[in-house]
Design a protein. Structure first.
Length: 340
């Protein structure tokens, strides 16, 4: 496999070789936030590792990863990316699920770091535990994946949740819907909070009201998606469309609609979040925001290994998502006119 050089990074980022060197070596000249993010994004995409200082490249590591739910398809794909990237370099991965429980999370952190783990990839329940910050300050390589804490200086890789939600909501508004609901995760989790902002801003841009009755916040579970949908359908002025902000929530949405013998998009339009394998198999097929979950894990692993090679510097990589247009958001009239 060809070794990625700083020149390769510079070409992909569209910056000078000197700029890449300044970012990698943290000086001697400052780099603007925009240039720095372009370089970091290119480093993540290419898997640039830099040079180890005084350490063997062949030393195998055992890395611990803690996610809210390893059985969730989003996190299982991300972990597959982590594992593949580590395996290519001869390293091992240990995985634990926190179940969104901060106590359980801390137990896993302690078990992994006092055991064999020489690095940690964490999707925090809420804020980053002080113990994790302490371990990182003591030299343990740590990378946050999918969620972040605004106060942290740890390396992290996240999705552009705000723009993703804005894009999904705007699609529904531009498709002619006026009563658009959001079924979302809990607001204390950064991705859910950013998705809520994107939803609200898209409605305001379309000069549509942001009705609190149409916003349902709760855990990222099937039950929350199902019950929230049933509640929305019971409203006197029920929504015309639903933006469901995760694949597991969307499974609950579809179950509730089938319970009520309603059809999408004839009775209610849907845009989902996360392109699960079944999204293209249901009838009609689902329009979704596709998240590069596997790439998220790959970049998280690369950031961790780069930190292991030398001190981290609070690198933040943001990955883009994109709309996959299928059938579930079209108005019936548009279905007939467009032949879809």
């Amino acid at each position: 496999m060809k070794t990625v050089s700083m020149r390769d990074v510079a070409q992909v980022a569209g910056v000078s070789l000197a700029t890449v060197s300044y970012v990698v070596n943290q000086g001697p000249k400052p780099v603007s936030a925009e240039m720095r993010e372009r370089v970091l994004r290119a480093m993540g995409e290419l898997g640039y590792q830099g040079r180890r200082r005084g350490r063997s490249r062949s030393r195998p590591l055992t890395v611990g990863a803690i996610v809210p739910d390893a059985t969730n398809s989003f996190f299982s794909q991300a972990l597959a990316g982590v594992e593949a990237t580590l395996r290519e370099r001869g390293h091992l991965l240990l995985v634990g699920s926190s179940d969104e429980d901060p106590v359980r999370e801390l137990e896993l952190v302690t078990a992994l770091t006092r055991g064999r783990a020489a690095g940690l990839i964490l999707t925090p329940c809420t804020s980053v535990p002080r113990e994790v910050e302490r371990l990182a300050a003591g030299g343990l390589p740590v990378t946050l994946m999918d969620r972040e804490d605004g106060e942290t200086t740890l390396n992290r890789v996240v999705m552009d949740n705000y723009q993703s939600a804005f894009r999904a909501t705007r699609l529904l508004a531009e498709s002619g819907y006026r009563r658009i609901a959001l079924i979302n995760g809990p607001e204390h989790i950064t991705p859910a909070r950013d998705r809520l902002r994107g939803y609200r801003d898209a409605l305001q841009l379309a000069e549509l009201s942001v009705a609190s009755a149409y916003v349902r916040l709760g855990p990222f579970t099937f039950d929350h998606g199902r019950q929230s949908t049933l509640d929305l359908l019971s409203l006197a002025n029920r929504p015309e469309a639903i933006f469901s902000s995760s694949a597991i929530l969307t499974t609950g949405v579809l179950a509730a609609l089938r319970e009520r013998r309603l059809h999408w998009p004839e009775d209610i339009a849907i845009v989902g979040f996360g392109d699960a394998a079944w999204a293209s198999l249901v009838t009609p097929t689902l329009t979704v925001i596709e998240q590069p979950a596997r790439q998220l894990g790959e970049v998280a692993a690369r950031l961790l290994l780069a930190t292991e090679a030398g001190p981290g510097s609070g690198q933040r990589v943001v990955l883009d998502s994109h709309l996959v247009l299928r059938e579930s958001h079209w108005r019936p009239a548009r279905v007939l006119e467009g032949g879809r």
